[in-house]
Design a protein around this ligand. Structure first.
Ligand SMILES: NC(=O)c1ccc[n+]([C@@H]2O[C@H](COP(=O)([O-])OP(=O)(O)OC[C@H]3O[C@@H](n4cnc5c(N)ncnc54)[C@H](O)[C@@H]3O)[C@@H](O)[C@H]2O)c1
Length: 273
């Protein structure tokens, strides 16, 4: 094995670790010996994930609400107190409120003309503000230790606009058609802005920051949606759930030691068409 793929010195914080992709990040990082700090509001999901990891995994669980800065600060204080001098911090800002396009009520709340500001605030707080707060508190520790890696999980919809045709249903009137919510585009583009900001903020302190822009994962979506989306992807299919593990390993490890401030787009080619 290449020595850069031995992550036994890395302490990796994963937010939203109990979710679909967070679990995959944890699994691949555990396989290469990383120490894991798994963060989520869903304690049961965290405990399930821990029990699925190899028994030898060094792993701590933190149940917290990412909308609360104090809880993020307390978590950073607690985890940094346990670091050894050799530990190298990695942060994966992965959590999000997954606003699925499912509503077909009379008043379709996914649509911009009906979009509720409280929903906007909630999604921005979890998907974007919390990422900034983790950079603020844990990034500061990284800068003090003169070493650190931050990975922001964006999306292909951080580099392209949603194609709203994908969500259309022939039986619905125009004003009832579902759309991908505006928050998703804003949060994912915002995370890429945050990535560039952080990449140029502490480069002299050994802190580098990149974004991963994954395409959609096939996960029991309706056939009608799948057949439309597949036509938009040069590889002709959505991603399998474990197909971002290689990208995470690259970005978290010293394999990517000279990569800083960029977006790694892994989308089957969707955004190049
Ligand atoms: N699944 C996909 O197809 C896909 C594609 C591209 C990008 N992404 C991005 O990847 C990341 C992970 O996606 P996923 O599909 O695993 O989502 P998911 O919904 O399965 O997981 C998100 C996790 O965040 C946690 N969370 C939500 N609110 C929280 C809060 N207030 N405090 C703490 N934790 C909270 C949830 O409990 C959940 O475990 C997201 O940023 C998502 O936008 C996903």
């Amino acid at each position: 094995m290449h020595k850069a793929l031995d992550l036994s010195q890395k302490v990796v914080v994963i937010t939203g670790a109990a979710g679909l992709l967070g679990r995959q990040h944890a699994k691949v990082l555990a396989e290469v010996g990383a120490k894991l700090i798994l963060v989520d509001i869903d304690l049961e999901g965290l405990e399930q994930l821990k029990s699925d990891l190899p028994q030898s995994t060094w792993c701590e669980l933190y149940q917290l609400d990412l909308r609360e800065e104090k809880q993020i600060y307390d978590c950073v204080t607690s985890l940094t107190a346990k670091l050894t001098a050799d530990d190298e911090l990695v942060l994966i800002n992965n959590a999000a409120i997954d606003a699925k396009v499912t509503s077909d009520d009379t008043l379709n709340l996914t649509r911009l003309e009906n979009f509720d500001i409280r929903q906007w605030d909630l999604e921005i707080e979890v998907g974007l503000s919390a990422a900034m707060l983790w950079c603020k508190h844990l990034g500061k520790v990284m800068a003090e230790r003169e070493c650190g890696v931050i990975i922001n999980i964006a999306s292909d919809l951080g580099v392209i606009a949603p194609n709203q045709e994908l969500y259309k249903k022939p039986q619905l009137a125009d004003e009832q058609q579902n759309v991908k919510p505006v928050t998703y585009s804003v949060i994912k583009h915002g995370l890429i802005g945050l990535t560039k900001y952080i990449a140029t903020y502490w480069p002299d302190k050994g802190v580098r920051c990149n974004a991963l822009a994954p395409g959609g994962i096939e996960n029991a979506q309706p056939d009608e949606f799948l057949s439309k989306v597949q036509k938009l992807i040069p590889m002709g299919r959505m991603a399998k759930v474990d197909e971002y593990q290689g990208a995470i390993l690259f970005l978290a490890s010293d394999m990517s030691v000279y990569m800083n401030g960029h977006v790694m787009v892994v989308d089957g080619g969707r955004s190049v068409w």
